[in-house]
Design a protein around this ligand. Structure first.
Ligand code: BEZ
Length: 408
């Protein structure tokens, strides 16, 4: 069962609320009045999952694939996780940070979900983490890479099944330097994910001896790239490093090729530049090299099974967003299995999830002390309309979790 929240479901929007203690039986203060609620969920009730994702806007397809991946895993368990039925409430976050706190409060406060799964956009995710921490709500982030979520804002009940912005782009610095490129221009959207991915690339690239010849940016989610592409042509770097995703990535890659720069200045990027976007980019994407924790042709049984099942369910090839959603449900399954479906046993669940080792379509995946995946980062190249695996750029990459106070 899925309940869809719309923007008119605003009863609790803007109210402050705070749930103390642990699990679902906490003391709730609602609009200033405190009371002791019944345990929010009786033993037999389904696990209520709040899906807070972008179902519209430039990241709409990304949100849809996370959602499809999550539901695929649940369907494969017969509609259950750890033997517990699952129900869904979903809300379109529109990739709008300014609406994120209200959206999250609707799920946590009024809908009383057991766990929130979201989101794609780093700015939205940061607001979600704050609410999750304030209300002690379990949160699984199936994409957004905001370093803070598993850095200074880390918490035992906040997990990520995707990546940190640092993790995906730091290894690319050495790849680009090893390819003989000395001067690189970076280009991105000016918001948390773009800034942090470019910073991580710069950290790796300058450490390997490279120089940054220019840093270009435009506000999220603008797609008027022409003036910046002209600046790249004028700066004549050895290579370009880019972060864009979704609809913006499709347009950037097409504009870059239309300007003829793909023939003279090699384009590198975070894998989001070509993942989930490659069909729409067509020939313009050919030859682009990116780093990511996934590649289309990873040759392991988990990936083959996942791709087959995803295609059968949706008619689409699975991409990184679908994998991250799928793994989000797999992680929750580990927790609920450890407590035999008793979702009130939150501490035991969290302990099992922190120790989880997933056989992911991306390859082996475990969790750092900050609850961020430890995983391979692959170098891929667009060939034959696919993000083909070239090599492992860096094995078992662990985000440094700068500022996280959690211990093992
Ligand atoms: C982010 O905002 O964290 C993000 C969005 C799309 C793809 C990758 C990261």
């Amino acid at each position: 069962m899925t309940k869809k929240l719309t923007n008119s479901d605003t009863n609790l929007v803007g109210m402050s609320r705070r749930r103390f203690l642990t699990g679902t039986a906490g003391l709730t203060i609602l609009g200033g009045a405190s009371h002791f609620p019944m345990p929010a969920l009786a033993q037999g009730s389904p696990l209520k999952v709040g899906l807070m994702l972008p179902y519209s806007g430039t990241f709409a397809k990304l949100g849809k694939f996370v959602d499809d991946g999550f539901r695929l895993y649940v369907e494969q368990q017969g509609g259950k996780l750890g033997g517990r039925e699952v129900s869904f409430v979903q809300v379109d976050d529109e990739s709008k940070p300014e609406a994120a706190t209200d959206n999250m409060n609707r799920l946590v406060g009024r809908e009383k979900v057991d766990v929130v799964v979201g989101t794609v956009h780093s700015g939205v995710a940061m607001a979600m983490v704050k609410v999750a921490r304030d209300t002690n709500t379990m949160l699984i982030i199936p994409n957004a890479g905001a370093n803070e979520a598993t850095g200074p804002m880390c918490a035992p009940h906040v997990f990520r099944t995707s990546f940190s912005n640092w993790q995906v782009c730091y290894p690319m610095g050495k790849v680009v330097a090893d390819a003989g490129h000395k001067k690189v221009v970076t280009i991105t959207w000016r918001y948390a994910a773009g800034t942090q991915m470019v910073d991580a690339f710069k950290e790796g690239f300058t450490k390997a001896g490279g120089t940054i010849a220019g840093e270009l940016a435009l506000p999220f989610p603008e797609v008027e790239f022409q003036a910046l592409i002209t600046q790249i042509a004028t700066l004549k770097p050895d290579a370009v490093f880019a972060f864009f995703a979704g609809g913006g990535a499709v347009k950037f890659v097409k504009d870059y090729a239309a300007a003829g720069l793909n023939k003279s200045i090699p384009l590198y990027g975070a894998g989001f530049l070509t993942d989930g976007t490659i069909a729409a980019q067509g020939d313009a994407a050919t030859g682009i090299k990116t780093t990511l924790h996934y590649a289309d042709n990873i040759d392991n049984p988990a990936n083959k099974a996942f791709q087959g099942a995803f295609k059968a369910k949706t008619g689409n090839d699975g991409d990184i967003y679908a994998v991250q959603g799928f793994d989000g449900a797999a992680l929750l399954n580990v927790g609920l299995t450890a407590v035999k479906g008793d979702k009130a046993a939150r501490e035991t669940m969290v302990t099992a999830m922190r120790a989880a080792k997933l056989d992911s379509p991306r390859g082996p995946m475990s969790f750092s002390k900050a609850n961020n995946p430890i995983q391979n980062i692959y170098l891929r190249e667009v060939k034959n309309g696919r993000n083909e695996l070239v090599s492992i750029a860096q094995a078992n990459v662990e985000d440094p979790a700068r500022g996280c106070k959690l211990t093992g």
